[in-house]
Design a protein. Structure first.
Length: 370
């Protein structure tokens, strides 16, 4: 078994640094500003080709530089980025067929990567767009291309229609109603695929949420998830998870009647990109009744159910958790370790809080190759 070695160039706070990861799961325990998040963000990007959730790849550029590089001791596994003359970041990503040489995976499949960020603590109290971003990242791991492809297509379609709306606001004579109807229908059809997967996911979560009461030893019961979608009228509607129906055939008059309202508002008024959702217990929004530590546990509980789904499907799962132990007492730390981390194929966690005994712990300097 070979330890993974990372070579970082102009990556966040690191100008040039080489580090070595243990093959077993571990905790990075160090001070703020030491590079803990930079390090797990690099591993995340190597595993997923994407930037750490909530960021863009160009935000990983070290201040004042125009290129970055993240490479490994496997010559076929690297990520590089270069700012082009036009100011756009051009990236190149390569990965090996499998990770047999690292992490003792014993699997032909590339692992799924689940994350925990300190901002996840506010998941259910964030803006609609931020809430969806966290959800889309999670469901992209659970359903892979089945979810990510229609989501990417939806984003392109919405962008195209938004550009058309802007163009027609400036000159209404340029409105191509055939194009309006085509874009509207395609946005709706891609949204249906996404809605069905989101509903499937939340239905599975709702059947297990009662178990969370035991995690927090709370009298809170009657957990409920509500999904809110944008109807073709431009109005919001809450879906019943147990009994819902989404019409797939829409009369062209619907799109024509919606168009003037979209022109007036300057945006696309329907589709899965405008969804919202909420979780309540005893008819009270969880963000109003749970403590910060309990909210952290709820997010981890939900993401762990996604991990269990992936494991049951034969997938290998990595957890990358940033500052996860903050605001946890010893009992909740133990719950996190025993109920989630102990059953994970590989995890890297970071903390500025004194770690639990018995967990392999390293500082940034411990990992650094001189």
């Amino acid at each position: 078994m070979t330890n993974l070695k990372l070579n970082l160039h102009n990556w966040r706070i690191f100008q040039k640094q080489s580090l070595e990861f243990p093959n077993e799961s571990f905790l990075i325990f160090d001070t703020n500003g030491s590079g803990k998040t930079s390090l797990i963000a690099a591993l995340y990007s190597l595993l997923s080709s994407q930037s750490w959730p909530g960021t863009k790849l160009n935000q990983n550029l070290r201040v004042g530089e125009n290129y970055f590089g993240v490479s490994t001791n496997d010559n076929s596994w690297s990520l590089t980025g270069q700012i082009s003359p036009s100011g756009r970041l051009v990236t190149k990503y390569e990965k090996p067929e499998n990770l047999h040489n690292f992490f003792a995976l014993n699997s032909e499949k590339w692992p799924k990567v689940l994350t925990y960020l300190p901002t996840d603590n506010y998941w259910f109290a964030q803006s609609r767009t931020s809430k969806l971003s966290v959800l889309d990242n999670l469901l992209g791991q659970v359903y892979t291309e089945k979810y990510s492809k229609p989501l990417a297509q939806l984003e392109k379609l919405v962008k195209s229609k938004a550009s058309l709306i802007k163009l027609c606001q400036e000159d209404s004579s340029r409105a191509d109603m055939t194009l309006v109807q085509t874009l509207s229908q395609q946005i709706y059809l891609e949204s249906i695929v996404i809605w069905n997967l989101r509903i499937e996911f939340w239905k599975n979560i709702q059947t297990r949420l009662s178990q969370f009461s035991d995690w927090i030893e709370s009298p809170l019961k009657n957990w409920r998830i509500e999904i809110e979608i944008s109807l073709l009228s431009g109005q919001k509607s809450k879906l019943n998870l147990e009994n819902y129906f989404l019409e797939t055939k829409i009369d062209e008059k619907t799109w024509l009647s919606l168009w003037p309202r979209e022109l007036a508002s300057g945006k696309v008024l329907f589709g899965a990109q405008r969804d919202d959702f909420s979780i309540s217990s005893n008819h009270l929004a969880v963000e109003n009744v749970l403590s910060r530590g309990e909210m952290r546990l709820l997010v981890l509980f939900i993401k762990n159910l996604a991990r269990e789904y992936l494991k049951a499907s034969g997938e290998k799962v990595f957890w990358l958790l940033d500052d996860v132990f903050n605001e946890f007492d010893d009992q909740r730390e133990s719950l996190l370790v025993k109920s989630i981390l102990a059953d994970t194929d590989y995890f890297v966690a970071t903390s500025t809080k004194k770690p639990l005994l018995g967990m392999l712990t390293k500082s940034i300097s411990d990992l650094t190759i001189s």
